[in-house]
Design a protein around this ligand. Structure first.
Ligand code: SER
Length: 608
């Protein structure tokens, strides 16, 4: 069965049950400063889950373009993709568990013809510390629907709780979430791999089970004090990966063998170039890049553009390696693959197809630039490898300065019997990931235009301002996005009301007072859990590596060796750069304060 048929069947199935079809939102969220990309179907619907009424009613269905940057490194196996389509249906305070679970099962068995015996399901086991009960109701419904008891598994919040920010502890106040019930397909032809544990189960990573749908029962909202209360309405938020459902329908665990990749694959030709991992990376990264470019993302050094650049370059590396073709401007293969992709999605995503003709130039321009740095990187690699050993710092500089994909450095080193100091490299990489993860979460590194002196002064002012806002408006204020140029800082933060003139004045006064005190600004690296213990400010929903960089401001006399965190004015997870002492910042002024979304305010400030 093709994904095209399944998408159609899904929309029709739910339309027949009173759902209105809505179009896919763009991959770059509109009016949502908190994330770089749309990563699930519910993201654009949060206001309606919270109670706002939707013009098309209480039942919606769609197929949403999604992109998850955090999966880039996983791509290459048979199931991970960065771009995917999520089939979704929603009930805003309308139907509930009984209908949802039985409809999804009916869809899978009657429409997609997946055998019930091939399915396993999971339910939320509850979290007594948060007063969240186990979801026995869903388990009972599954039993009634004929799923045997031994195919119903219970897991904790890490697996069976859904909110946009993840587990309950990571959710900011005001965010909706709830227990979920996932459906898995078991590929009986894939043997369990004992590397992942003695017994296989739905959430085992060996590849025998694949999650194909997730029904979230969104009935809670997080309170300021960390407890949960029931929302005014009980919502259903269902999401199912279209590519995965198709793979299950065909009983073939390799999602890259489904219909949507076929035209692209044949445009790339040379099927004898048989390296499945490389081919999958090319297919995934090219498809994702095309959809991102169609949604107006361009390769650059920040935000969404940085992620696109990474995708294209990682793809380019494998492309050049697999097809050993340089001179990308005269190689028609990629353009053909892009056009083939456009045709594949012509009816499902006409807005992408309309722009397809202009896309190859963006891809090849970036790859031409990359070819250049790739050559430079290869030359540098040759020089370094002449010593027979490459230090971790040197390997990292190849990646960070020359844009040379580090996997390639490792692969080449192995081929040539050259040693790279891996642990030193990983240390450097961790520092970098701290930076780029924060970028994916839409915070500083995504938002810092450059590291000029003016931008740096504004960056430190930004830390002071966040703390000042918390002092004036309450500790519930959390940063939800940021952008800093040489001219001004911009901060999005969670707060329900418009700031009064007095509140703005008071925030300004506090920032200027801390500037006048000329406090030291100190950077420390520490284990993630130590930073959390310090209650260092961080972006909700962002994933951080095991070691993080933390900036603290004040007290007077603090040094990196003796940071005196307990007396610091502000402590934040941050990769910098910052001024060394606040006295050099200048005079701070708030220029504007406005709303940018439900419960999110935006403030702009300058320093003179
Ligand atoms: N929001 C849930 C998910 O992304 C279900 O749609 O899995």
């Amino acid at each position: 069965m093709t994904s095209f048929e399944i998408r159609q069947k899904f929309l029709k199935f739910f339309q027949d049950r009173g759902h209105a079809v809505i179009p896919s939102a763009p991959l770059v969220p509109e009016n949502d400063p908190t994330t770089l990309f749309t990563g699930s179907g519910m993201q654009p619907l949060i206001p309606y889950l919270l109670g706002q009424s939707h013009p098309l009613g209480k039942r919606l269905v769609n197929s949403q373009k999604c992109f998850r940057a955090e999966d880039i490194e996983e791509v290459g196996d048979n199931r991970h993709t960065t771009f995917f389509e999520m089939l979704g249906n929603w009930s805003f305070g309308d139907y509930w568990k009984e209908e949802q679970l039985s409809w999804f099962l009916e869809f899978l068995t009657d429409e997609v013809h997946i055998k019930k015996e091939g399915l396993a399901v999971s339910c939320f086991e509850g979290d007594p510390s948060l007063n969240l009960p186990p979801d026995n109701e869903s388990a009972e419904i599954w039993k009634k629907l004929g799923i045997p008891k031994e195919r119903i598994y219970f897991y904790g919040a890490k697996k069976n709780w859904w909110s946009r920010s993840g587990v309950p502890a990571n959710m900011p106040a005001g965010e909706p979430g709830g227990p979920d019930s996932e459906v898995f397909f078991e590929f009986t032809l894939v043997p369990h791999d004992k590397k992942y544990g003695d017994a296989c189960h739905p959430n085992c990573d060996c590849g025998r089970f694949m999650e194909i749908g997730n029904s979230v029962f969104m009935e809670y909202k997080k309170n300021e004090d960390g407890t949960f209360e029931k929302l005014k309405q009980r919502n259903v938020d269902f999401g199912g990966g279209l590519e995965r459902i198709t793979a299950a329908a065909n009983d073939d665990p390799d999602v890259f063998r489904i219909d949507v990749f076929a035209k692209m694959k044949s445009a790339l030709t040379e099927p004898d170039k048989n390296n499945p991992r490389k081919l999958r990376i090319i297919l995934d990264h090219l498809r994702a890049s095309v959809f991102l470019i169609a949604d107006e993302v361009r390769p650059s050094n920040k935000g969404q553009g940085y992620v696109l650049r990474r995708l294209l370059r990682r793809m380019g590396f494998h492309y050049f390696d697999l097809f050993s073709h340089r001179a990308i401007d005269t190689d028609p293969r990629l353009s053909n693959a892009i056009l083939a992709l456009g045709i594949t999605y012509q009816t499902a995503y006409p807005e992408m197809y309309k722009r397809i003709a202009g896309i190859p130039t963006h891809v090849t321009d970036e790859l031409e630039k990359f070819e250049f740095s790739l050559e430079a990187g290869l030359r540098e690699f040759k020089k370094l490898s002449a010593k027979g050993k490459i230090s971790g710092q040197e390997a990292f500089a190849l990646f960070s300065t020359h844009g040379f994909p580090y996997e390639m450095a490792f692969e080449l080193a192995e081929e040539q019997g050259i040693e790279i100091d891996e642990s030193e490299f990983e240390l450097e990489m961790k520092k970098h990931q701290d930076l780029s993860r924060t970028a994916s979460a839409g915070t500083f590194k995504g938002g810092l235009a450059d590291s000029s002196e003016k931008t740096t002064r504004l960056h430190t002012a930004h830390h002071l301002l966040l703390k000042a806002l918390q002092l004036v408006l309450g500790s519930g204020v959390k940063q939800r996005g940021s952008n800093i140029t040489q001219e001004r800082l911009r901060m999005d933060f969670s707060y329900e009301a418009k700031m009064t003139d007095e509140q703005k004045k008071e925030a300004e006064r506090i920032v200027n007072e801390k500037i006048a005190e000329d406090l030291p600004v100190i950077r420390n690296e520490m284990a993630l859990e130590d930073a959390e213990k310090l209650h260092a400010e961080h972006e909700f929903g962002a994933k951080y590596p095991a070691r993080v960089s933390v900036y603290s401001v004040g007290p007077k006399g603090a040094t990196p060796e003796n940071p005196q965190f307990e007396k610091a004015f502000s402590i934040e997870f941050c990769g910098g750069p910052h001024v060394t002492h606040t006295g050099v910042i200048g005079k701070f002024r708030i220029k504007k304060e406005e709303a940018v979304g439900a419960g999110i305010r935006r403030v702009r400030g300058v320093v003179k």
